[in-house]
Write a protein that binds this ligand. Structure first.
Ligand SMILES: [Zn+2]
Length: 146
């Protein structure tokens, strides 16, 4: 995304130079040059502020903007047979990819089907394609402290 913004800024500067040059050429109105420069600087600052925020979030492994961890937790708990959830973590792999890990405690006999439902939920409702889900049946494999 940073490379994309950089290229767009370069293109914007080029267009600004052409427009300012044409205006100066045809009207002699030289003040247009610094005015166009200020407009371009403003557009770049506004455009890169979001990238800076996302970069800091990535560096801190924070949940990406627009991802409500509590909402995801409630959605998983609403799946049939899911009785508890722990170790839910959501973090950005990049500015466009999000990863999720969680332990789902369940009482389902068809664990594979539950896994498919949970993955589909993450993918369709929250656009999270990188999921690592541990299914726990509440028996010997349960890890209340993990
Ligand atoms: Zn666990």
């Amino acid at each position: 995304r940073g490379a994309y913004l950089h290229m767009m800024a370069d293109a914007g500067v080029s267009i600004g130079v052409v427009i300012a040059g044409a205006v100066v050429l045809f009207t002699g109105w030289t003040i247009i040059d610094p005015l166009v420069s200020l407009v371009i600087v403003t557009v770049i600052l506004i455009g890169t502020w979001g990238l800076l925020r996302d970069s800091v979030d990535l560096a801190l492994d924070a949940a990406p903007r627009g991802v409500e961890v509590e909402t995801i937790k409630a959605a998983f708990l609403a799946l049939p047979g899911v009785t508890a959830i722990h170790d839910l973590h959501v973090w950005g792999l990049s500015t466009t990819e999000t990863a999720l890990t969680a332990h789902l405690v369940h009482d389902r006999a068809d664990a594979d089907a539950l896994l498919a439902e949970a993955q589909a939920l993450a993918r369709t409702r929250f656009s999270i394609r990188h999921t690592t889900l541990q299914l726990e049946s509440g028996g010997a494999l349960d890890c209340a402290d993990c």
